[in-house]
Design a protein around this ligand. Structure first.
Ligand code: NDP
Length: 339
């Protein structure tokens, strides 16, 4: 059983050498000693997600726990059930939810484990569009942003797992949508594949305030916040009266020892902006409603999804850390087996 182990707590930018791939033995059968609701699975796809960085640090009192140094990494994935003593899961079921970064896992915590009902779409989609990031885009845009047709929407990290969907939801809803991303290739994707009205490479802009004014001369009604830091500061200056900010994530801050100060927070008061944070974990009750909306949209080709699939557990560490330098183009997935 090959596993991806976190060697030690991480500070600053994570490195490949913070993790190692090791082979251990595992009996491929549940036994008396296992919990009464144990499920033995073969992992198929693993999801690389930015929040995993915080679990690599020593955390206290946070919404997630630290990983345990010396133990394998835990995260979202797609798996096939090989054996089960849980009444809701049986051999042969396909599931998505929280698993471990290894070939085979015994899952005992099933709070976030969903049986896959639709198998006529790529299974890897359950790490992205049909999984946690998809739900994040859905909840963040429709529940938190309170969008209205014709509103002006800005999305940062717009080509990623969450952002590419937020942009497409907003376009289908009838909004004007602009995205920012970190390379020309990603900007091209935003404009030509995901149908954003405009897109720009934030790394090439000397002044983000000037860039935002170019695309939003009349202000931003909705900001879907994925990056924080300097971008948030520039967006605050450009928000419209009574604008809304869905605070989804702030990836530019995750590897900093000291968070970067935001100077323009008073804009929230002056412009009556509503900035609301949310965690997708609190909204999984909406998953059936979300599937009902998104499955037909995928099948009718109204929504598209770009994935970046690395093959083999050996490539999981580099794929995970690649999120923090923007190496991923679309949703970063690891296919556990090659080929
Ligand atoms: P992505 O697929 O977008 O991958 C991360 C991307 O972030 C990179 O590709 C890179 O794109 C960009 N990035 C990395 N470092 C920086 C930086 N310093 N400044 C600006 N951009 C940077 O990830 P997800 O779509 O999975 O996640 C997007 C955000 O949503 C994250 O902040 C994440 O934590 C958050 N999130 C929140 C959830 C919630 O429940 N609230 C649930 C899921 C995700 P580029 O090349 O464009 O720089």
């Amino acid at each position: 059983n090959k596993q991806v182990i976190l060697k030690n707590y991480v500070s600053g930018f994570p490195k490949e050498s913070d993790m190692e791939v090791k082979t251990t033995s595992l009996k491929l059968k549940l036994s008396e000693g296992d919990s009464s609701v144990a499920i033995l699975v073969k992992n198929l796809y693993l999801s690389c997600d930015p929040y995993m960085r915080s679990r690599m640090s020593k955390l206290e009192g946070q919404y997630v726990d630290s990983f345990t140094p010396g133990s394998p990494i835990v995260g979202y994935g797609v798996a096939e059930v090989l054996d089960s003593s849980h009444p809701n899961f049986k051999k042969g079921d396909l599931v998505w939810g929280i698993t471990t970064w290894e070939d085979y896992s015994i899952i005992t915590a099933t709070e976030v484990l969903f049986k896959i009902q639709h198998t006529d779409v790529p299974l890897s989609y359950y790490t992205g569009i049909l999984g946690m990031p998809g739900m994040t885009a859905y909840v963040g845009f429709f529940e938190v942003c309170s969008p209205k047709k014709g509103e002006r929407v800005f999305v940062s990290a717009a080509s990623g797992a969450v952002g590419q969907l937020v942009g497409q939801f907003a376009k289908l809803f009838g909004c004007y949508v602009v995205g920012s991303a970190g390379s020309k290739e990603k900007v091209d994707l935003l404009k030509n594949k995901f149908g954003f009205d405009e897109a720009f490479n934030y790394k090439e802009e000397a002044d983000l305030n000037v860039a935002l004014k170019r695309y939003f001369p009349d202000g931003i009604d909705i900001y879907f916040e994925n990056v924080g830091g300097k971008m948030l500061d520039a967006v605050l200056l450009n928000m419209s009266l009574n604008g809304r900010i869905a605070a989804c994530g702030m990836i530019s801050q995750y590897n900093l020892e000291q968070p970067e100060g935001v100077q323009n927070l008073f804009c929230i008061v002056r412009k009556g902006i509503r900035m609301e944070g949310f965690l997708v974990f609190h909204h999984y009750h909406l998953y059936p409603k979300f599937l009902e909306m998104i499955i037909p949209q995928i099948k009718e080709g109204k929504i598209t999804y770009v994935e970046d699939i690395a093959e083999g557990l050996e490539n999981a560490p580099s794929s995970l850390i690649g999120l923090f330098s923007g190496l991923n183009i679309g949703k970063q997935v690891v296919s556990v087996t090659r080929g």
